[in-house]
Design a protein around this ligand. Structure first.
Ligand code: SF4
Ligand code: MG
Length: 348
């Protein structure tokens, strides 16, 4: 498909001058129309920083120090696209893009919802601001429709956020995010705080809505197993860099980066089967103390001398059978080649 959002060489620092710490290095990603792009990695890998940076919601001491975020917006009913660099856009331009074209669902709905407004009012208020042509009656009808879409029934319309369960509140957030029919919805751990059953219900509904409405999703989670199921393509982050990218199924079947392999081998057992979990030894490095060369080398069982000396380039191994391009930042890989034997043997 055609790209809707292109992140190019995005760099983020925390702090400035001598004390600056690089939090994101040269992140490059493309989201296509209607695609679900998953972004995974352990906590502290920079996933949320990337999300905040690309929506320009990053707060001090975070500073975007380079790159572009090109949003190819296509107004409803039009077939021409307009490209905006979100990193260069002025405040007014950003305000138009945010919510109506690119909306965000964060982990904690409690912080994003207004605690003293009833949930239908939160939706009608938003419509009043962004859809000036709507009458009060149309706004009310649309609010009901949106809440019904996410499984909230009419008897809940007048509830306050604190009167709802965590799952219900997250549904309200999703309704708000979809209210203006955006082309892209960015979700940062949207269901992580919920129990497994509620999480599954919400995600299934979300995927059905995406099917029906056609928006693209960037889905951020520490849970790679979730993305293998949900996402079309996946990017793996480690220590502020995207270390592997590819189609979801191919990446699962044949991971090209030892870190991806480690994440896959540490999936919990499905359906009660007893599977030995290998996991990854050690823990991710602090951004203030990144190992030399490949930041993963102290934890990598495949490391060679070169790994502690040189930062691996993003290589393009042989294209996958599903036609998607693969990139992996690992010295084991060679451009145009299939997976090296040691990785293939270790894969699930
Ligand atoms: Fe492991 Fe070396 Fe590849 Fe890094 S570059 S993941 S240390 S093999
Ligand atoms: Mg996070």
């Amino acid at each position: 498909g055609e790209p809707v959002l292109e992140i190019r060489d995005l760099c983020v620092d925390y702090g400035a001058g001598k004390k600056a710490v690089r939090a994101i290095t040269d992140a490059t990603l493309t989201l296509h129309r209607g695609e679900v792009l998953g972004l995974a990695g352990e906590s502290g890998s920079g996933k949320s920083t990337l999300a905040y940076a690309l929506t320009r919601l990053l707060r001090a001491p975070g500073i975007i120090t380079g790159g572009q975020v090109l949003f190819h917006s296509r107004p409803q009913g039009s077939d021409s696209t307009q490209t905006v660099d979100l990193l260069a856009a002025g405040v007014d331009e950003l305000r138009v893009v945010r919510w109506s074209e690119l909306s965000v669902v964060f982990q904690s709905a409690m912080h994003a919802l207004n605690p003293v407004a009833r949930i239908n009012a939160q939706l009608t208020d938003m419509l009043r601001v962004h859809r000036k042509a709507m009458t009060a009656e149309q706004r009310n009808e649309r609010a009901i429709e949106l809440l019904r879409m996410v499984g909230i029934t009419a008897d809940r319309l007048h509830s306050y956020p604190h009167e709802l369960s965590g799952g219900m509140r997250q549904r309200v957030m999703i309704a708000m995010a979809l209210a203006l029919e955006p082309q892209v919805v960015l979700m940062d751990e949207p269901t992580t705080a919920l129990d497994v059953v509620t999480q599954r219900e919400i995600l299934e509904e979300l995927m059905q809505l995406r099917q029906r409405l056609g928006f693209a999703i960037i889905f951020i989670t520490h849970d790679l197993s979730l993305l293998i199921e949900l996402a079309d393509s996946i990017a793996i982050m480690y220590a502020g860099r995207i270390v592997e990218r590819g189609g979801a199924q191919e990446l699962f079947r044949s991971p090209r980066h030892p870190y991806t392999l480690g994440l896959i081998n540490s999936f919990p057992a499905l359906h009660g089967e007893k599977v030995r979990m290998e996991g990854i030894p050690g823990s991710p490095p602090a951004l203030t103390a990144l190992p030399s060369g490949c930041a993963f080398h102290p934890r990598c069982k495949f490391a060679i001398d070169r790994c502690s000396e040189e930062i691996p380039a993003l290589l393009r191994p042989a294209a996958d059978s599903d036609g998607t391009e693969r990139t992996a930042a690992c010295w084991l890989q060679t451009d145009g080649q299939t997976a090296p034997e040691q990785l293939a043997l270790a894969a699930p």
